[in-house]
Design a protein around this ligand. Structure first.
Ligand code: F6R
Length: 261
């Protein structure tokens, strides 16, 4: 894992955006995996800006969302499809049909979920998967206890995730859907480059467990220790419980300037 500690979330977001721009220049058909929540918003903002400046085109690209609530109607402002459209797709030249999401309204949800897993495989794999992390160590909606070998499936939110996400639903936990579809941990691990962003002290414990703790279902993000190409972008708050923070700073300081992350 490469750990990059930045003074503020905007800088971290822009570094990821630069990496995505570089990816699309090298491979215009690149496949992105996209997370929602508040932490990746600076990435989408930077991508909109860089697209407007003519630095990048997504016209031949594809994207798969990481997870989705079950039970929100199409077009609901908090459905993750809507969030990705309003934060990114509607502002850049990404073809609308190139944004893939699990069919959470399907009558046969289990079948729809399998189809989503296969659709990801059929592309040959996600080139860059953007991830956030929950305070309880989840990635996607792979809550503590998720099998490290899990594939895309229907899941159920923990009370701590419901409480954390209530802020998107008028601070009313009863409005937060409990069921979800999420790419599994093993699905996420098939992406070529995993880029995870975490900001704020609330994430510090989960971040420390992910990077320096044992690999375990209790902290699902710790599975990333088994991937060969993971970049972790942190602000000082999220990095505050890392035992080896100074070493990570020094090591990233030594990377050649042509390499972004
Ligand atoms: C959302 C997702 C979640 C979030 C996590 C952190 O697609 O995959 O794992 O990344 O819940 O959310 P924020 O960024 O809102 O703290």
């Amino acid at each position: 894992m490469e750990i990059v500690i930045q003074p503020d979330p905007e800088l971290a977001g822009d570094l990821i955006a630069q990496e995505i721009v570089r990816l699309y220049r090298r491979k215009p058909t690149a496949v992105l995996g996209l997370a929602t929540g508040s932490t990746p918003l600076p990435v989408y903002e930077a991508l909109r800006r860089r697209h407007e400046a003519g630095e990048v085109s997504f016209a031949e690209g594809q994207a798969f969302i990481l997870d989705e609530y079950v039970g929100l109607p199409e077009g609901h402002p908090e459905s993750y499809r809507t969030v990705i459209r309003t934060e990114l797709v509607d502002h850049v030249d990404f073809p609308r049909h190139a944004l893939h999401a699990p069919e959470v309204e399907a009558e046969d949800l289990e079948r729809a979920v399998l189809a989503y897993e296969w659709a990801i495989r059929d592309t040959g794999g996600v080139d860059l998967q953007l991830l956030g992390i929950g305070e309880n160590g989840h990635i996607g909606f792979n809550e503590p206890g998720a099998s490290l070998a899990s594939r895309t499936r229907v899941g159920y939110l923990t009370p701590s995730t419901v409480a954390a996400n209530a802020r998107f639903f008028d601070d009313d936990e009863s409005q937060v859907p409990r069921r979800c579809v999420t790419q599994g941990l093993a699905t996420i691990m098939t992406a070529h480059h995993l880029v995870i962003i975490a900001t704020g002290e609330k994430k510090a414990r989960a971040v420390a467990q992910m990077i320096e703790g044992p690999v375990s279902q209790r902290w699902p993000a710790s599975v990333l220790q088994h991937h060969t190409h993971v970049t972790v972008l942190l602000d000082e708050g999220a990095a505050s419980q890392l035992e080896l923070a100074d070493y990570y700073r020094e090591a990233y300081g030594s990377v050649p300037s042509w390499r972004i992350i």
